[in-house]
Write a protein that binds this ligand. Sequence first.
Ligand SMILES: Cc1cc2nc3c(=O)[nH]c(=O)nc-3n(C[C@H](O)[C@H](O)[C@H](O)COP(=O)(O)OP(=O)(O)OC[C@H]3O[C@@H](n4cnc5c(N)ncnc54)[C@H](O)[C@@H]3O)c2cc1C
Length: 386
Amino acid sequence: MAPTYDVIVLGLGGMGSAAAHHLAARGARVLGLEKFGPVHHRGSSHGGSRITRQSYFEDPAYVPLLLRSYELYEQLERDTGREVATLCGGVMLGRPDSRTVGGSLASARQWDLPHEMLDAKEIRRRFPTLTPHDDEVALYEARAGLLRPENTVAAHVQLATQGGADLHFEEPVTRWEELPGGAGVRVHTHENTYTAGQLVICPGAWAPQLLTDLGVPFTIERQIMYWFAPDGGTAPYVPERHPIYIWEDAAGVQIYGFPAIDGPEGGAKVAFFRKGTVCTPETIDRTVYDHEVRAMADQLGPRLPTLPGRFLKAATCMYSNTPDEHFVITRHPAHPENVTVACGFSGHGFKFVPVVGEIVADLALTGTTPHPIDLFDPRRPAAAVA
Ligand SMILES: Cc1cc2nc3c(=O)[nH]c(=O)nc-3n(C[C@H](O)[C@H](O)[C@H](O)COP(=O)(O)OP(=O)(O)OC[C@H]3O[C@@H](n4cnc5c(N)ncnc54)[C@H](O)[C@@H]3O)c2cc1C
């Protein structure tokens, strides 16, 4: 019997919802299966805001994907009328030889991206909330800004549904296997069994349990987002006046933050870029403790003196890290005919959500993609080193 669907997408978070949309838009018969409801707070795609930027200190190889992702985010906004991106500008701040500044500058130069270099005096003049040391500088990028993760997922779910995809929420996949003769896959849930020509796995923090045979030692990390109400009110922090920032200190610790996007009562969000604690989706401690709030406020005090005014709230989220913090996007090496995988986004995947949807659709429907994804091969040596 021919499979019922062309493609089954496992997981409808950031990446899976984008994949479902791009697959359905190309005419594929798509079934999406999601463990929780649409747009939930138990994975990695929530918390109101995500940074987007093109000067990419992680590796210049990401830049062409970012350029495409920017186009697709604009398209998403046009197609759904939802607000998904606010390009308020961004500063990558630290000593000139820090990874944040040096790496951003190298990728901006390599790809000829518009940017400005600001010394400490100029940073203080243009952005008076920021008080850098005299030896700190910033790369300013006018096209950096913030994305709205919940709106992005909702927009992709909406377009996938409009494109004819069947999306089933609160229906976790319990197991799957390949059909005999490479004819496709069979996917099981508590309710049902489905067949499809192709399976796309976008598991977020559930990668360690769902992709044991990939050969990549993922580390799932509990991360905290904090919201503070600045002393003197949010007026200097509104996106019309305030950039996103990533700020690396002399010890290499990065904090990042956003303008105040949720009105005078909503405060401004800040976080450590890394420094998470190892967890699993089942055992993550969702309580945020006083000492954690104090550690964040201590970081902010010298750098944005008005920001730690009043602590408002905090929330947890999960990173899915690979050893080298580069993504995994590939045909599954053990099931190359029928299975595509997108995972290990290592805390920096959201800005790529729509282009990952496009790449996954390419891989599932044609077996290959014109996008440059060599860096994301799970067989790269640095992906296997724990
Ligand atoms: C605090 C924090 C800050 C971040 N900041 C940034 C940032 O500023 N910029 C940036 O670019 N990125 C950022 N990221 C990273 C980015 O948000 C993630 O890379 C991205 O959201 C990952 O999307 P995903 O689809 O892989 O995971 P998710 O959105 O979590 O989706 C995975 C889905 O799979 C589902 N699932 C799991 N198991 C099953 C199953 N058995 N059956 C069915 N469904 C299943 C889950 O329920 C979930 O919905 C941040 C992440 C966090 C946590």
